[in-house]
Design a protein around this ligand. Sequence first.
Ligand code: ADP
Ligand code: MG
Length: 320
Amino acid sequence: MNEFDLIRKYFSDQSVRRPEVVLGIGDDAAVVRVPAGQDLVVTTDTLVAGVHFQPDADPAALGHKALAVNLSDLAAMGAEPAWFTLNITLPEARAGWLAAFCDGLFGLAREQGVQLIGGNTARGPLNIAVEAHGLVPAGEALRRNGARAGDGIYVTGTFGDAALALMHRFGKAKLPFADFAVVATRLDRPTPRVIQGIAFRGIASAAVDVSDGLLADLGHILEASKVGARVEIERIPLSPEYRRQLDRVGWDPALSGGEDYELCFTVRPERTAALLEATEALDWGIRRIGEVVAQPGLRAVNADGREYAPVATGYDHFRS
Ligand code: ADP
Ligand code: MG
């Protein structure tokens, strides 16, 4: 067995078997059959060592996150994750590292019922690219461009925890150990909001997943929909761990820290009842943080209506 046969062995876990997968790992390409009446939703995301994570990062967390960030994109489309491919470039084949990486990767894959159907393995600087495919009833995918003036703006979960974890890791904040453990889990092992995204089909007028910062990603909805928004920052949900730091770090990590992997979406006023019904049945919190307005631009305001100017606006890989 050569090195890459060994690697392939690690990636051959087929404990998830989807009925639509006609041919999985092992041939020149995979074959899938998209069920009649469904649209295929496709997304890809890469994690690069030194950019998205430190080279000595926990491999189990990397395996989880490489898939999680893609499932988060599918969730934002209202798609049910179905299968994925993995393109991995590794400096060396280390059994311990690979086993841990696969634990994280397949742990989430099994939880979400997604099957690894193929990929590629190469030697080089560590780089992990996943392409994930999901299914949605034809025509029902959630898009960024459906928001209209008067729609409510809602979010799942809490914001800024991942940013706080990064600040702590880089010495820019000092959290009590127990609090750091909680926010570090949010950074390293984000939970893609898959059931939420599916539940928002037919209810949300627009949706996006928050990876680059709440204001930046809400901005994508506004731009695509050619509308503006008024967001009341004090309505943005924070974890208890973040609340304990609020006096020290302010609202910026929650507004523009990024890596939250929550959903931000808009709902027409007449669909509010349907939204509440869907979310109450599932017992997870969503919060209304503002409203879509006709005038372009995003205004963030304090509880007393004063304009709040965030220091930074989201992450941009190519900003000079
Ligand atoms: P080829 O040279 O024909 O492209 P490979 O030898 O690269 O095929 O791969 C053989 C099989 O192993 C293919 O089905 C491919 O999808 C799968 N494979 C290779 N690397 C990975 C990986 N990292 N994860 C999942 N499947 C992989
Ligand atoms: Mg081939």
